[in-house]
Write a protein that binds this ligand. Structure first.
Ligand code: SF4
Length: 285
């Protein structure tokens, strides 16, 4: 039965080959990274985790952990947050960014938890997303970390790397979440986020991912298309022979356009000749 607020997106068919590729990626992630549920945010209670997650929007977990270390000493209960002076709370959380909105939401959220949920953090996605400052991402953090309810948190790492792996082409985090739910087995949903965050921080960084040392490269769509394409079109080293001006220009143009489809037709006759001339030299060395 359709629940209020529940999203229904068209289920995408995943081919047997894609299922096998997904399974290989999951096995590699499980082998390389944690298979333990854990949170990168430090909190002792569900409501502390909820507040820490609200603070983590557009902020690193390290910064949030630094701030909450003192914050949870000063505000020791939900009531303390509900009765907080907004300007003072803004000062206390200033370094996490967007502090005005965050302070306003934290106070409102604490009040809602006290008045509507008997000071408990609900585990239902609809109830969670009705709380001030709580979107699907925050709600899924709580469901996964506190209640161990299978849920996929789509943060910046999950979005970027899921696209590179070819698991989704979507931009909208909610659509990505649903595509990942269709693709990944339920028991992997919570782990996927934890593992992908670690992968995104160490190897598959936003800029200059370290594809050559990545254990997923054989099954990665980005690597097998864009990366190899760049390698193929990178300026070859022609030993013992300096490149002419036209040849140099040609290669930098190829590099610049490596991701577009235009380059095939874009070269002038002179450039085309220059490229094939050096190509010939390269392959004969
Ligand atoms: S091969 Fe490159 S793009 Fe693909 S997951 Fe690894 S680091 Fe990321």
């Amino acid at each position: 039965m359709k629940r209020k607020g529940e999203l229904h997106l068209t289920k995408k068919r995943i081919s047997a080959k894609e299922k096998e590729r997904t399974q290989r990626i999951i096995e590699a992630l499980n082998q390389e990274y944690t298979i333990e549920y854990r949170s990168f945010l430090i909190a002792e209670t569900p409501w502390q985790l909820l507040i820490a997650t609200i603070l983590s929007a557009q902020c690193t977990d390290e910064r949030v952990n630094l701030v909450t270390k003192d914050l949870f000493q000063k505000y020791r209960s939900l009531e303390d947050f509900a009765n907080a002076d907004q300007t003072e709370l803004e000062r206390d959380i200033h370094s996490t960014g967007f502090y005005r909105n965050k302070a306003k939401n934290i106070i409102a959220c604490a009040k809602q938890l006290i008045e509507l949920h008997n000071s408990e953090v609900p585990n239902d996605i609809d109830a969670l997303t009705k709380l001030a400052g709580v979107g699907r991402k925050t709600a899924n953090v709580i469901r996964g970390n506190v209640y161990k309810e299978p849920s996929i948190v789509v943060d910046t790492h999950v979005k970027r790397i899921s696209k590179r792996l070819g698991f989704t082409k979507e931009e909208d985090p909610v659509k990505i979440e649903f595509e990942l739910m269709d693709r990944l087995p339920r028991e992997q949903w919570i782990l996927y986020n934890l593992q992908i965050i670690t992968h995104g921080r160490s190897i598959c960084t936003a800029r200059n991912p370290k594809c050559e040392e990545c254990f997923l490269k054989e099954d990665c769509v980005y690597y097998n298309t864009q990366k190899k394409k760049i390698e193929r079109k990178a300026p070859p080293k022609v030993e013992g022979k300096a490149l002419s001006k036209v040849e140099k220009n040609t290669f930098s143009k190829v590099e610049k356009n490596a991701f577009s489809k235009v380059e095939k037709n874009a070269f002038s006759k002179v450039e085309k000749n220059a490229f094939s001339k050096v190509e010939k030299n390269t392959f004969s060395t």
